[in-house]
Design a binder for this molecule. Structure first.
Ligand code: LFR
Length: 492
């Protein structure tokens, strides 16, 4: 018999992919059948996602996948599409990096103080959390006309199946979910005038989410019925499910890509004031887990530097730059990679130089030094998130797993091991797709067991690389102190 095949649709901020996972005789094989760029489009002053272009990529990918047992969808979080009463999309979804949320947090805080919002939702402050986007959109013709709000993976799922639902892991990034109950926080929604009836009913990873519509079967050449299964539809939820941790190991994870999401997995949220001040989030994960983590700017900073250098006509061969960065002076200058000053696109090398200047550190002299500064800074931010996660939760870790695209970046992995003073296990790069595939496989009965069984299957079957930390703690301690000093200088 042919092995059970599961199609994972995984849309990230810079590319989308459709990956088929096949399970047979304890082996797990992944095949990327389609990859396509995700290029945001600015129309007027607004930065949009090209939603139809992305959906075309999904259809092309499903066609390339061939016969599959089921389909699961995960994407980035917080963003949404609005539908009218007939189910038609009202405008292109707005990109979370769009400037429309500037200044909105202060208005929301005047209605609902940050302490209360955190105690109710456990979500870290990010200027683009869905509540702030909705506050920014309040009174617009589009929101007024909307009868339904679908988060991005739920929108893709709706187009594929005609069935509308709100998947819980991603719903938890809206800042409208109470992480203790896994249900909507009516108090928060009421206080902010947000109509919760816009959201279709909640569903959880593993729940059925409909079947591909006849039109979709015709477009993709597939033969029905093909079920869609809800997975951790927030890509980070799927990636954390895909962390190849040994059973019983005490691990932290860093999901690297456009962002670095660094933290630990818990059974219950930490909603303390200390945790709010440390900007730690309690997003919901697969099987009722809590992702206790902090968002760090991640490889976005590097991607934006490359984009800038390319626009200026400067060569930007990444491998060459990374080789240069590897031999550049370590920790010469470091910036706060958690600073929201780095969220918006454009002019990134200049913003890094400015941050160095402001904190009295030498400005990188060339591209390789800039790359070194970015990677040293990311490693330091990883360290502080891993340390804070342990301190705030009272749980200790002995190993750090790096999954996602950054697992291929040897320098970043080595620096992170050194900065954390812990062994780093790097891989798989496609953890989100793997988490997506395995949650579908479990729903279909092709694998069984808990998250920890899923992880040990990954540990057995995926190629991983281990990095041991160097003995040099002192220079990292000093650099961390420089970041802390810089923050004080900025706040003062
Ligand atoms: C990663 C991610 C993060 C989320 C950010 C914005 O792809 O989903 O978890 O904070 O994108 O949605």
């Amino acid at each position: 018999a042919s092995p059970a095949a599961f199609a994972a649709v995984d849309l990230g901020a810079s590319s989308g992919r459709v990956i088929v996972g096949r399970l047979a005789a304890g082996a797990l094989d992944l095949e990327e059948v389609h990859r396509f760029p995700n290029r945001p489009v600015r129309v007027g002053r607004t930065l949009h996602w090209d939603m139809l272009g992305l959906y075309r990529g999904v259809l092309d990918g499903l066609r390339a996948a061939g016969p599959v047992t089921s389909v699961g969808i995960d994407t980035w979080a917080v963003d949404y599409g609005l539908l009218d009463a007939s189910g038609a999309l009202l405008g292109n979804p707005v990109h979370y990096r769009d400037a429309r949320t500037e200044g909105v947090a202060a208005k929301v805080a005047a209605i609902l103080p940050p302490e209360r919002l955190y105690a109710a939702t456990g979500l870290q402050y990010l200027p683009f959390n869905t509540v702030y986007q909705l506050a920014a959109a309040q009174g617009t013709p589009q929101l007024t006309a909307a009868r339904r709000l679908l988060l991005i993976p739920d929108l893709v799922s709706y187009w594929l199946t005609g069935v509308a639902g709100t998947e819980l892991t991603n719903a938890s990034t809206t800042q409208l979910i109470d992480p203790r109950t896994g249900d909507w926080s009516v108090t928060v929604a009421d206080a902010l005038g947000i109509d919760l009836s816009l959201f279709p009913p909640l569903r959880r990873p593993g729940d059925p989410a409909g079947e591909l519509l006849p039109e979709v079967l015709a477009e993709t050449g597939l033969t029905g019925p093909v079920p869609v299964t809800a997975v951790g539809s927030h890509d980070t939820a799927s990636a954390v499910a895909g962390v190849p941790a040994r059973t019983g190991s005490r691990f932290a994870y860093i999901c690297t890509g456009t962002w670095s999401l660094a933290g630990i997995e818990l059974d219950t949220p930490v909603l303390t004031e200390e945790s709010r001040r440390a900007n730690f989030t309690n997003e919901l994960g697969v099987d009722g887990t809590v992702r206790f983590l902090r968002n760090i700017m991640g490889l976005w900073i590097l991607q934006e530097c490359l984009r800038d250098w390319e626009a200026e006509g400067l060569g930007h061969d990444l491998d060459r730059l990374l080789r240069g960065a590897a031999v550049a002076v370590p920790l010469r200058s470091v910036v706060d990679a958690g600073d929201s000053a780095f969220i918006a696109p454009g002019g990134m090398p200049g913003r890094i130089a400015e941050a160095c200047r402001r904190t009295g550190q030498p400005v990188p002299r060339d591209a390789a030094e800039t790359v070194r500064c970015v990677l040293d800074s990311l490693a330091l931010a990883h360290r502080s998130a891993v340390e804070d996660a342990q301190r705030l939760s009272g749980r200790e870790v002995d190993v750090v797993h790096i999954v996602g695209g950054g697992a291929h970046n040897e320098l970043l992995c080595r620096l992170t091991a050194d900065a954390c003073g812990l062994p780093v296990v790097a891989g798989p790069a496609e953890a989100a797709a793997l988490g997506n595939v395995l949650v579908q496989a479990r729903a279909a009965g092709a694998v069984s067991g808990s998250l920890s069984d899923i992880r040990s299957l990954l540990h057995r079957t995926q190629p991983l690389r281990q990095y041991e930390p160097s003995d040099d703690r002192n220079s990292w301690d000093l650099a961390a102190a420089r970041i802390a000093g810089g923050k004080e200088a900025t706040c003062a």
